[in-house]
Write a protein that binds this ligand. Structure first.
Ligand SMILES: [Zn+2]
Ligand SMILES: [Zn+2]
Length: 259
């Protein structure tokens, strides 16, 4: 493992639980417990030979780092002052432009071919991780777009349903309003018809009473008339005129008196 993948202790603010090799004391992105010691990959290989299962046992560092542009000499440019960077943030100079420039200069001036290869592999891994994340994001974004398109469709469908029902309700309310007015007019009409009916009924009762009175009056007259007509018929049976008058009186009795 090259020098460059280890961060100089000058830039470490905390080694954390998994940040430091217990043999070379440097800070690496990954360490592992090998034979009960926390070691970097190259120390583990120096002591115990090639670690075929390194990818399974390695643990990512929890160390924190300063901005890579933190001045180590008075002549150096100021960094951003960050002191809580992850290994990746330190290594990519993502905290500020000066850190990015400083790392770029290191890559160009200070490293051997092997260093360059090691740093290339680290950055390539970040790039691949990010690209994978981006692919996932794009996939999720497309799925979310489709979801929201469908949800909008559903929402619009309900909106249309509500609008239609509102229109139907308006029409029914307008019709109801009309019916209420008609009902009001009908009630007024009923009132006047009831008045007419009452007046007619009173008139009917008046005439009914009058009729009863007249019948009673006829009844009272009928008895003597019948009696007299019998007499008249008996004594003047040859007199056609008188007989006619008597028959007439008898007719009055049958027509009205027993009605
Ligand atoms: Zn080591
Ligand atoms: Zn910085």
């Amino acid at each position: 493992m090259s020098r460059i993948s280890a961060v100089s202790s000058l830039y470490v603010t905390s080694y954390g639980q998994r940040g430091q090799c217990s043999n070379c004391f440097r800070a690496f992105e990954f360490t592992a417990i090998v034979k009960e010691r926390r070691l970097c990959k190259s120390c583990a290989e120096n002591f115990h030979g090639r670690q075929n299962n390194w990818h399974e046992i390695k643990q990512r560092t929890d160390a924190t780092f300063k901005c890579a542009a933190t001045p180590q000499r008075p002549s150096e440019v100021e960094g951003c002052g960050a002191e809580n960077l992850t290994y990746r943030e330190y290594m990519t100079g993502s905290c500020c432009d000066n850190a990015a420039r400083r790392l770029q200069a290191d890559f160009e001036n200070l490293m051997s071919e092997d260093d360059r290869y090691q740093i290339f592999k680290i950055l390539e891994k970040y790039y691949d991780d990010d690209k994978e994340d981006l692919d996932d994001s794009i996939h999720n974004l497309n799925a979310a777009k489709e979801e929201s398109r469908k949800a909008k469709e559903e929402k619009d469908k309900v909106c249309r349903k509500i609008n239609n029902k509102e229109k139907i309700k308006e029409r029914i309310l307008a019709r109801l309003d009309g019916i209420e007015k008609e009902l009001e007019n009908d009630k007024k009409d009923l009132e006047s018809k009831e008045n007419l009916f009452n007046a007619a009924k009173m008139n009917e009762e008046f005439n009914d009473n009058l009729t009863k009175e007249k019948r009673n009056s006829l009844k009272r007259l009928a008895k003597p008339l019948n009696f007299l007509s019998a007499k008249v018929f008996k004594f003047d049976q040859d007199d056609n005129d008188t007989k006619g008058e008597a028959s007439k009186a008898a007719d009055v009795k049958t027509e009205y008196f027993e009605a």
